[in-house]
Design a protein around this ligand. Sequence first.
Ligand code: ADP
Length: 475
Amino acid sequence: MLINGKWKNNSNNNVFESFDPSNQKTLGTIQDSSKADILEAIDAAQNAFNNWSQITPYERSKFLYNSWENMIKNQDSLARVMTLEQGKTLKSAKAEVKYASDFLLWYAEEAKRINGKFITSEKADQRFIIQKIPVGVVGAITPWNYPISMITRKLAPALAAGCSIILKPSELTPLCAIETFKILHDSGFPNGVINLVTPSDPKETGDIFTSDPRIAKITFTGSTNVGRLLASKSGKNLKRISLELGGHAPFIIFPDADPVHAAKGLSALKFLNSGQACISPNRIFVHESIKEIFEKTLLERVIKIKVGSGLDESSKMGPLINEKAILKIQNQVKDALKKGAKLIFGGKTLNSEPLDNGFFYSPTILSGITTNMKIFREETFGPVAPIIFYKDTEEAIKMANDTEYGLAAYIYTKNISLAIKTMERLNFAIIGINDVNPTSSAIPFGGMANSGIGREGGYEGIEEYLETKSIGINI
Ligand code: ADP
């Protein structure tokens, strides 16, 4: 744990282990933070806040620049830890470290642009100033699927704004958080500005963050169920909260689109991180007229996805995070097949040597998906591509919007008018038009409806950590 600038062991000597999902071997022993440790971290953050919020954004920016440089310097070792602990391929892990470092750099720059306003009054002898101030101490909770970039996406804007922070990473990827914090700590942040606690049971931290009066703001990325729980507990104490939750992305391919290009884009996106992403396509709407060529191209690509340890350079897809993830997928695939879906490829766990001790599942294509199947409603978080063939554009848009989620959606067409009209009608906050990567540190990321509250990235990302003060001056 990193508390008040010092690496510490747990006060009760309790520990737990972190595992490699490709073979279930132990990777390391983690300090199981107690309630006392979490409270000590909040104390440290509260004490550090006074100075950190008072120094100029130009000074805060320097620390963020240093940490960006440090992360780039250590990118290979960070990526390796991520592959070992989370499972993704080394190539994907390197891409994630780059994405993670982007937030440090972007907010190092944005820190200098936290500006207020000078406003005139209807009274001749009055002026107004609008000032932006840091919200206070931030409690952050992050998931295992993007275990490093989800840390910097919260931490960088919070620090730039002048907030101090306590991070609780997922208990499934604590080593990624520890390695990230080593880099941040070595970048010289003053004691107590950044704190890391690593409890094995997340519930207590959630309870403390939502009730301790010293925590001004909670930022969470994870499942919709836990997000809802944290929001309701925070509501009682009127705490500011940002939630980045689940998704159920539609991927609509219109009849005029290039089906080969669309199938290639889909296979690149769908199987990234073994499908464990909140913006992963979960319902693929393909027009009947391009069905054969789309399906053929997708199959050709998917057959070539070699599954194996992320450290093996020939692997194109790594394991899933744990047994629970495999069971969820098995359940959805079984339900879909029972209700009439067609299995085009995969649909099974991979457990023969050398994959026998890991959580591997074959990349899978299902077609003939209908709205009564679990896979049409529940987030899959796995390497399954569920296809729906449609005839009518209106019907496709209506089905795409038929979900409780509102995170990402994708459209493939060469018709710019159709693209814009569809984009405007889709109830999702992130839209890719012939683009499978509509994300960047420079733009807001977040969801509508049950996909969450608030945004991360871009100017909107720093606003989440700022309060607005209005000052009237009689002159
Ligand atoms: P997943 O099911 O994908 O693991 P979770 O929402 O359970 O997603 O986990 C995301 C993050 O939320 C992790 O850091 C986890 O430890 C944390 N978490 C899970 N349950 C709670 C809870 N009751 N209170 C606070 N944090 C929680």
